[in-house]
Design a protein around this ligand. Sequence first.
Ligand code: NAD
Length: 256
Amino acid sequence: MGTLLKNKNILIMGVRNKWSIAWGIAKAAHEEGANLIYTYLGEREKEGVESLVSSLGEAGIYKCDITSDEEIDKLFEDLKAKYGVIHGIVHAIAYAKGEDIQNGFVNTSRDGFALAMDISAYSLTAVSQRAKDIMTEGGSIVTLTYMGAEKVFPGYNIMGVAKATLEAGVRYLASDVGPAGIRVNAISAGPIKTLSAKGVKDFNSILDSADQKAPLRRRIDHEDLGGPAVFFLSNMSKGVTGEIMHVDCGFNIMGV
Ligand SMILES: NC(=O)c1ccc[n+]([C@@H]2O[C@H](COP(=O)([O-])OP(=O)(O)OC[C@H]3O[C@@H](n4cnc5c(N)ncnc54)[C@H](O)[C@@H]3O)[C@@H](O)[C@H]2O)c1
């Protein structure tokens, strides 16, 4: 057991099941002594998330649908009352309608575009603006992005455009909250099998090309993300903000 996150209250947003990236990060943060607090999307997810997270010991669990300003306000009020201060937030939330991801970017509907942007990109702004009042000892916000923000992945579509917005948002938010001692960074994760990834057309061929082309000749796993997330949440990265770090076994550096 390490101590990098000892006495730090870390809010994990985005655990849905044992395959969730957020759960892999929660386990790594737990190993470093963090006090973990979780949010879940809705009643459908509640029981599963409660039973999963209880395996790491007692933890606060709160409902928060990120499309609702009321729910986000209530979450941060409840956190303030219960914990006083939060030191770290992991934002691992994204969504786009299946038909908008799968039918080509050019065919994205107006509604689908707005929904994907709202849940996958604006949500980081919504969280960061409330976090300022509760990260009174300084803090670190970490989000998850994908290389589909930089290059075209034919099955990724609107989600790639939302991730590009999220990444630009990381820089603008880092600039805005930096004077309060709050850092904002992103991990650009290589492909990893999760429920969300199932919505991406030909996801298996993306995984295969990671195995074949990444310099390390393999795809990443949840553990590969735990270390970098702990790094961003801890004082080890105290001079780093506005950064997008690729954790993809080097796939992004390859031309062919
Ligand atoms: N799986 C990959 O290959 C991959 C690669 C790079 C980045 N990411 C990113 O990692 C993050 C986590 O995704 P994952 O792959 O672990 O999948 P996941 O399905 O396990 O997690 C997505 C989470 O988003 C939550 N969510 C969706 N709509 C929400 C809403 N309205 N309010 C609150 N929560 C909501 C879901 O409940 C779920 O917990 C996402 O941002 C995803 O884009 C995933």
